[in-house]
Design a protein around this ligand. Structure first.
Ligand SMILES: [Zn+2]
Length: 308
């Protein structure tokens, strides 16, 4: 059986209203088409509202996420500003350290060379370039470029200072070597009984030229090398009796005469302060003493000029 749509459109819902107390029953007729349209409209409104609600929730969610991200960025930015401030303080402190190092370098140079500050120690000075005063606030934030400039300056200053200290080390080593090969200490203990130069002869035969100093003490008193060097003579030598001669380089030699016994041999390398002989009265001598002589390029010089 086939039904035509027009027949359905004409159908109606009948709404019966039954009052109390036997009054007349009333009926309201509503076309079914109107009911259908009303239901459809309500469904559309409900779907639309649900859709809008979902979209609203999504928008709120996205906004919330963005807000959280913004908060993280803000925090990161704040942390970085703190780190830059700390970096500026550290760099400024390093600058002060470097200035102290420069002063120390200059001071050591003055002590070593007994002269004015060398050019290299001045070259290490760095210009003050960070104006940050560490009081906080956006207006006072340190400029990252200033920090970078100062860091570069410090890097250059470190290289200059390193070169300067390396030179200083070489100078000190050379000076130390010169000191070790310079006869600057007493060769033995005792009393100086005869000085360098013209004197009355101890043998009562007029004046004579004394090329060294005599130090009197008991026989057997130790005699030491007065500087690093190489023994070039150890044995009997005329009026010197048992004698030791040491070559210290740079044309300087020392002679130790009248010894009771020599305990080093020719060719032996000796250190400053090393025992080389024992005091005695051998050779042309009137009593136990050491005849100590320093020669520079073969000429005897006054040993007291070398002694500390
Ligand atoms: Zn003498």
């Amino acid at each position: 059986m086939k039904r035509k749509p027009k027949r359905i459109d004409k159908r109606e819902y009948t709404l019966m209203i039954v009052p109390h107390h036997g009054q007349k029953v009333r009926s309201i007729r509503i076309p079914i088409i109107a009911v259908k349209y009303t239901v459809s409209l309500l469904c559309f409104i409900i779907v639309f509202m649900i859709g809008s609600f979902v979209e609203y929730r999504q928008t709120i969610s996205v906004a919330s996420t963005q807000k959280a991200e913004l908060e993280i960025l803000r925090q990161n930015n704040s942390d970085q500003v703190s780190q830059i401030e700390q970096l500026a303080k550290t760099t400024t402190s390093l600058q002060a350290d470097m200035e102290r190092l420069n002063s120390l370098d200059a001071e050591i140079r003055r002590i070593v060379n007994n002269e004015d500050v060398a050019v290299t120690s001045r070259a290490g000075l760095i210009r003050p370039s960070v104006s940050y005063n560490g009081q906080g606030g956006s207006q006072l934030q340190p400029n990252i470029n200033s920090i970078m400039n100062l860091a570069n300056d410090l890097q250059s200053a470190v290289i200059v200072r390193e070169q300067s200290l390396a030179e200083l080390k070489q100078e000190l080593l050379a000076k130390k070597a010169r000191m070790e090969t310079t006869p600057s200490i007493w060769p033995t203990t005792g009393d100086v009984t005869s000085r360098f130069g013209w004197r009355n002869s101890p043998f009562g035969d007029g004046g004579d030229w004394h090329p060294g100093i005599d130090i009197a003490n008991s026989s057997g008193t130790t005699i030491i090398a007065t500087a690093d060097g190489e023994v070039i003579q150890s044995g009997w030598y005329d009026g010197y009796g048992n004698m030791v001669q040491i070559d210290h380089g740079n044309g300087i030699t020392t002679i130790y005469g009248h010894n009771s016994q020599n305990i080093v041999h020719s060719g032996q390398v000796v250190k400053k302060g090393q025992v080389i002989a024992y005091l005695g009265s051998t050779g042309y001598s009137t009593g136990p003493h050491l005849h100590y002589e320093i020669r520079v390029n073969g000429t005897a010089v006054n040993p007291t000029n070398f002694l500390n």
